[in-house]
Structure formats: C-alpha cells, structure tokens
Design a protein around this ligand. Sequence first.
Ligand code: HAM
Length: 422
Amino acid sequence: MDAFSGIKGFMDLFPPDSTAFTRLEEAARRIFASYGYDELRTPLVEYTDLFTRSIGAETDVVQKEMFTFPDRRSRLMTLRPEATAGVVRAYVESKRYTREAVSRLFTTGPMFRYERPQKGRSRQFHQLNCECLGSHEPYADAEMIGMLVHFLGAAGITDFDVLLNSLGCGTCRPGYKSALAEFFRGLDLAALCEDCRRRLHTNPLRLLDCKVPGCRALTENAPLLDDFACAECAGHFSTVRRLLDAAGVCYILSPRLVRGLDYYVRTTFEVVSGNIGSQSAVAGGGRYDGLVAQLGGPDVPGIGFACGMERLALLLPEREATAPDFYVAVLDEAALDTGFLLAQQLRRAGFSGETAYAARSAKSHLRQAAKNHAAWACILGSNELAQNSVLLKNMVSGEQRSLPLAPLADLERAMQKGSYEH
Ligand code: HAM
C-alpha cells in the first residue's frame, strides 16, 4: 500500500526543530510573564468575517492566503491566519475590559496562510503573539518593543535589526494617502507588479514596502508620512523613540515600513535578520487603536506583535542535546522485569534514561548505550538476577562495580557522583 504523505507546506517537527520550539516557548513564557502577560488560548478556527473585518478585505492575507471552508450548515469558517483578530474577539466577548484597565495577553500556536512554501515560509507556521489592550500611551509601545528585544536576547538570538515607523492615524493618514495618489498619477505605472496595481486602488501605502525592484524604483521619491503626521502622531512617535533610546533599545527608522494588515495605526515595527534567506521578517507588530471598536467592543486601544517561530528557530544558537543518565542493559530474558522496574525507579528518583525492551548481548547493549551518550550502563544478567544486584558501568572511564538492587540508595549515590562528568 502507498504510504501517506503530509500536505504541502504543513511540516512535521522532529528534534532539533521541536526542541528549538520548546526552548523558544520557555524563554517566551518566562520573559512575557515578567511583564505581566497572561496566556490566552484561542481556537484555530473562527468565522471568516472576523478576519475580513479586522485584517482588511483587500489585504493579501484575506484576498489570497486564507484557508476558508463552509461548515455543515454552510457558514464560512477560516483557519486563523494570525492571532490578533481572535484575541480581540475573545477580549470583547469575555468583556475583559470590565475587569482590568490594561489586559496583557500572550498566545502561541499554529497559524495558517496559503502562501508558496519556501525556506522560512510554510502554510502552517507558528507564532508567539503578545497583545496589550487598554493603553494609548507611548509607554505601552516602548515597553512592547523592549519586551520583544528582551525576549529575543533571552532566547540567545542576537543577529537582528528592529525597523520602526509610524503610520499615522485617521486624522493625518487621509491627507497623506491623497498626496501619494497624486504622486502615483504622475508616473508610468506599467512597471508595477500585479499586486501593486491592485494596491494602488485599495491601499496605496502598501506600494511603499513592495520588494519587487520595478515597484521599488517607481516609489523611490514618493512622499513620506513623516511630512504629513498630525501633531498628536508626531508627539506620540517622538516619545516612543525617546523611551527606546533611554532604554538602550536599538532601532532603525524605516519610513517605508508598511505592514501587510490593515488594522495598524501609529507605531509599527518589524524585526528582520539578514541570516535566514529571503523571508527575513522574524517578527512584526504595531498599534491597532480602532480594532476593538471595529469588532463590536468599546473604544479600547491596543498594540502587539507576533514572532514567527520557524524563522526564530533558524536563528537559535546550536545547543547540545542533553545526554541521559543511564541505559538499562538486560542480558537475560529472566531479568527483563527487573530491568523494567529498575528504569522506573531511577526515573522516579530524578534520573533520565532508557531501557531496551528485549534481552541482548552485552556488546550490543553497550554499543547502544554509547550511541545514546548515556553516562552509565546498568547491566542485568543472570548473575545479577541471582544476587539481586546490578553491574554499574561508567560509560566514560569503563570502570564497573556491583551494587545491590535493594535498597537502591547505593546505586543512586554512585550515579549522582559521576553522572555529569561529560
Ligand atoms: P505578520 O507580520 O503577518 O503579523 O506575522 C508575524 C510573523 O509571523 C512574521 O514576521 C513571520 O515571522 C511570521 N510568518 C508570517 N507568515 C508566515 C509563513 N507563511 N511562514 C512562516 N512564518 C510566517 C501578524 O501576524 C500580526 N498579527 C502581528 C501583530 C500582533 N500585530 C499586532 N499584534
């Protein structure tokens, strides 16, 4: 029978990838908790309208990248392409704003986008996502970016740049959009890519951060939002920068950074790394002050970010896998139960290790113990069974001695002494 294959763009994660994910999650939980973040788990599936309304009907994500399907009653559902929409939906539905002035929520898990799979880009990918709901203050922006950088450092990731921009607000952005439209009217737009020709009518700001060389060239002298920012946006942005400077968080001002989701206002940022190929954005986020109201909640502002775990994993420094303490080697079938119980007892005493489920020759077992990098081999043959003992072999020095199986204290003590020598 033909073996099944997985779905294109949906990956299986074995070690070292799965262990890299665990390390990232551990660092994230530790750092985010130190800033007061609580974990929220939202469903993987939401009604499609939630994403259309929050991410924006004309965005690439909604137009071409969502996994959408009707349920049995023909209601359209979508596998979440990002976490923010679901978090805000849950925040509004649970009326969390009635319980706390500021909610800090952390989410992790798989997201789904129908993109062309390549290095650092898959159709099921994983995000670490933080949202802070309830503050307009630039302190929230600076803390969010600082926390992201703190987390990356704690995970051992050093090779990245933080790109920073402000996208203005409902007051200043319309004037800027008209200026952009005016600028584009004077150009020969035949050189624009297909996406940008669409964006010209839907969201001309997005033309600014298109990576296609023809589009880059055409937009080189486009007006920048900085010159159109209202006093509030300019003041907010300068405070964010002052706070980041004071906190020693490095960033690169990037006036052309326009994120691909429509809900952003004011501060936006991305973390990029030149070391992971063309999919260089490892994290992105920004402020979304109108989103909670847009999804039926009160007028609560928000800011957040998401990191792509597959891309972060590519940047993690190598780490040796931890070696087990023991390998139980049973030479005689009659000793299999004893070996099974010994391994159990050792694990309960805090040691780690494996046992083979079958009796084999000492040579074959010791080869396996060495392959596992086990510190100790616990050998059980017919002699040991008769004497109710175990032969403990130090896998580094080769020394071995016989120790009683009951009580087990001598064996535990002997293993403790030298088990971390390599
Ligand atoms: P985003 O920029 O669309 O933002 O995604 C955040 C990160 O997810 C990206 O920087 C990238 O590392 C990763 N990512 C996105 N698509 C893929 C993919 N197909 N394969 C692998 N990794 C991918 C958001 O999702 C916003 N919800 C972030 C946010 C939270 N803004 C405010 N709060």
